[in-house]
Design a protein around this ligand. Structure first.
Ligand SMILES: [Zn+2]
Length: 134
């Protein structure tokens, strides 16, 4: 078996990477750099702990739990970026005539126009179709 095949085989049924793991990776790198300047081992161990945690998430087989963690991270990020940027928040977009539905499969938030009656919503993340009243 080629290495790539073996790797694909190993990752079969495991969660892999998402936005949250990208964030964790950046946090790890920032902390590792900080630990070079701050001569305090706690920063280094914290970076190590986050690194181990992000690997644990990547290799996890509990996909729905990892996906909901990612969703929580995205919600938090949305709130934070909503404070610091002029990006419209979900709430503002809702007032502008959009509704948000959670994908029943992966809990991804999908934005749809309001007042269209019963519509088929397509999840861009996991390609599930579901019907909702908008
Ligand atoms: Zn989905």
């Amino acid at each position: 078996m080629k290495f790539r095949d073996r790797m694909a085989n190993f990752m079969q049924g495991r969660y892999g990477t998402d936005d949250f793991s990208k964030f964790l990776l950046v946090a790890t790198m920032v902390l590792f750099v900080l630990s070079m300047f701050i001569r305090h081992s706690i920063v280094y161990y914290l970076a190590l702990a986050i690194l181990i945690y992000s690997y644990f998430r990547m290799l996890s087989r509990n996909i729905s739990k990892r996906a909901s963690e990612n969703q929580r991270y995205l919600d938090m990020k949305d709130r934070v970026t909503g404070i610091f940027s002029k990006n419209k928040s979900y709430r503002q977009q809702a007032q502008d005539g959009y509704r948000f539905f959670k994908c029943p499969n992966c809990k991804q938030k999908v934005r749809v126009p309001k007042g269209k009656g019963k519509i088929r919503i397509h999840c861009p993340k996991c390609n599930t179709d579901f019907i909702k009243k908008s």
